[in-house]
Design a protein. Structure first.
Length: 482
């Protein structure tokens, strides 16, 4: 079904990542003429060099630790030697094959997305786009920027993403000092991987390569991994990392990293040095907004180069919208997708629900995974909101016992007085899937009593969610009155 316009509306999108892709599909569905400009490939860095390949690598690491831990479940692997006696086999990782697979999957996903756009009637131009005024995009399509195409449009959307932040004192060379986009050229598991930065990207790759068999040292400038995340979740992850043999250097800042040919050396601010075979620099990202005409068009930017947007992804220029990591909103692929759709719905007059940060679900793909939604325990502790918290360890869950799960928990957060679910944290296998019912509860403003009345399969990991909700029903109505 499409909206009725006095004339056909036109939409031009710079960037074919999650935000631009979803915006293009939404605009085509609403009957607009849509053009997408993309220089790397449909799906953008999220599909080609970031989310899809990294999570594929992590899936391989998860398989490796599942095999390694199968003995606890009574599954034993062995081979017979020449004398007929059993041998203890070793788990081997063919990193070349792993990287070949993940890059092929990324390209396949990109091709599938391109096919979806083509089927929807979206025009795709390969090249570098920049805004020219308020209603046009100029695309450099030829080698060296010699050929140009100009696209006039009623609505413009910028979804150019971001790139790894690089430090002059630790300049990535693609050989031994690497960004996360350069990891997939390695032919073998690094002997000793130094990871600088303990945010989401650093923690995910540190854990993945540890589980693939590399020695890993994680350098964090903060007092815990995943600064800003739930402290209980960070504590679980630190325990798992240390148990797996990872070296954690907290409150340590890497002043410089040098490639010495056969090794790398990271020099810390206190003078200590750490030697390894490779170094991953995971020190944040910068928006891809320079040189694309935003300032000239009057679009307001932050000092960091991010595009200022409101809750419907609109910029300071009425007909220019922006989505994804290039904006001031939450840098998640799922958020970029939602921003892209929201922007188009708003621009073309469809029903739109402004985005709300407290209803965004996020996940960290470590082992165990860490998923969060809504208000957090720290918000209650600092007085931002009146609420109560209940945490259940997964080790008490019968299905977790059957699966050999020892680490993780379910944490529910409810508003004081009404008992409305306002947040939650899940640490455990497939937390990215388990957080969904809590996200529904937050979105639909369900109370803990309403959640507790939903039947969960027995035994199941999701049963811990209903168990936590039941535990929050207090007879004297301290949490939920009535």
């Amino acid at each position: 079904m499409s909206l009725s316009f006095e004339r056909t509306q036109s939409v031009a999108i710079i960037g074919g990542g999650p935000g631009g892709y979803e915006a293009a599909l939404a605009a085509a569905q609403l009957g607009a003429e849509v053009t997408v400009v993309e220089r790397a490939g449909i799906g953008g860095s999220a599909v080609i060099t970031d989310v899809v390949p990294s999570k594929t690598l992590i899936a391989t690491a998860d398989a490796a630790i599942a095999i390694a831990g199968a003995g606890d479940l009574g599954v034993q692997l062995f081979a017979k030697g020449g004398d007929g006696k059993p041998l203890k086999p070793e788990i081997a990782i063919n990193l070349t094959a792993v990287n070949k697979r993940l890059l092929a999957l990324a390209r396949q996903q990109s091709d599938d997305m391109r096919a979806s756009l083509a089927e929807a009637g979206v025009r795709i131009i390969s090249g570098h786009g920049r805004i020219d005024g308020e209603n046009a995009v100029v695309v450099s399509t030829g080698p060296g920027g010699t050929d140009f195409d100009r696209v006039e449009a009623d609505t413009l959307l910028v979804s150019t993403g971001s790139s790894p932040r690089e430090l002059d004192s630790a300049k990535p060379d693609g050989v031994r000092i690497l960004t996360w986009t350069q990891l997939y050229d390695m032919k073998a598991i690094p002997e000793h991987l130094i990871v600088v930065g303990s945010g989401v990207t650093g923690a995910e790759f540190a854990g993945a390569y540890m589980n693939l068999g590399a020695k890993v040292t994680l350098i964090s400038s903060r007092d815990q991994v995943l600064p800003g995340e739930d402290t209980d979740a960070a504590a679980v992850l630190e325990k798992v990392f240390k148990r797996g043999g990872m070296t954690l250097l907290s409150k340590s800042r890497a002043d410089k990293v040098e490639n010495l040919g056969d090794r790398v050396v990271a020099t810390l601010s206190d003078g200590r040095t750490v030697e390894g075979s490779h170094c991953l620099m995971a020190v944040g990202s910068i928006p891809n907004t320079a040189g694309i005409g935003l300032e000239q068009a009057g679009v307001q930017m932050t000092e960091s180069g991010h595009i200022q947007v409101n809750r419907v992804a609109r910029t300071s220029v009425p007909n220019i919208y922006a989505a994804g990591d290039c904006t001031t909103f939450v840098p998640l692929a799922s958020v970029a997708s939602m921003q892209g759709r929201t922007a188009i719905f708003h621009a073309l007059g469809d029903v739109v629900i402004p985005l709300e940060r407290r209803r965004i679900t996020s996940n960290i793909f470590t082992a165990p995974e860490i998923a969060t939604i809504g208000w957090q325990q720290k918000d209650i502790e600092d007085g931002s909101i009146n609420g109560v918290v209940h945490k259940l360890p997964l080790a008490a869950n019968p299905r977790a016992k059957m699966m050999g799960i020892k680490d993780g928990f379910v944490k529910l957060i409810a508003r004081q007085g009404s008992g409305t679910v306002i947040g939650g944290v899940i640490v455990g296998p497939r937390a990215s899937e388990l957080i969904y019912p809590i996200a529904i509860a937050v979105e639909r403003r369900l109370t803990v009593d309403q959640v507790s009345r939903v039947f969960a399969v027995y035994p199941s990991l999701s049963g811990s969610i209903t168990d936590a909700a039941r535990a929050m029903h207090v007879v004297d109505h301290q949490i939920y009155g009535g």
